[in-house]
Design a protein around this ligand. Sequence first.
Ligand code: 8X3
Length: 272
Amino acid sequence: MPPTTSMAKNLAGKTVLITGASSGIGRSTAFEFARTSPENLKLIITARRVDRLHEIAQQIREEVGNGVKVYAKQLDVSKPEEVTGLVESLPEEFRDIDILVNNAGFMSGVERPPDVPHEVIRDVWATNITGVINMTQAILPIFKKRPDGGKGDIIFLGSIAGREPYAGGTIYCSSKAAVRAFSDALRKELINTRIRVMTVDPGQVLTEFNDIRYRFDHEAADKVYAGCDPLTPDDVAEVIVFTAGRRENVVVADTLMFPSHQASSTHVHRRL
Ligand code: 8X3
């Protein structure tokens, strides 16, 4: 038997719910939790693309074995009615959630005001912030029922875009700034509990994000990271699981992470 790490001990027996788990950071986070606590963990992986979730669930089972129970659940966080009914729709053994990873988020298009399509404003905000708020409200009652005022972790995926808005990013940056304000206020509101509110803000990460932002114009998407060596989804997943895997009294409240050639939204060294 390999030695059990303190992180594996701290995560043992936990139930983790991840949104946006069909690809990118969410998918990597599911694998990273499973690899870090392979003996005794429950994972609820959610996204719109349920076929992908079933594949991921199967891959996790094959890799780590039966110690990790995975439940794949189709969920569009931008639909309030789906979020409201979520907990009741889970099998009983998956309802006692300990860790919520609010990961689902996206951007579509690069239009600037006054030319941003209404559907883009509506859909990006419905997922990136209203969806995050609704998910938090759906899960918090489970945390608050526990002793000491409540216990559980909420990890928000922010972005450098939420700290340092850039030209061409009005809708996306403002949605991520709203996530930041929501999580900062929530941490203060929950000060008399054991509920940990934590944010992870990555800079450049290679995911489907830019393909979706550039509406599958792959050439334009590839240009964004030309000459760069962006973070991988696994890099970000390691930090997410690290924050959740701390001793109960440790709150890694606010993390900013870059690849080594990036120092801000716009200060990037390209090796071209
Ligand atoms: C995405 C990172 O810098 O493209 O969260 O806005 S950025």
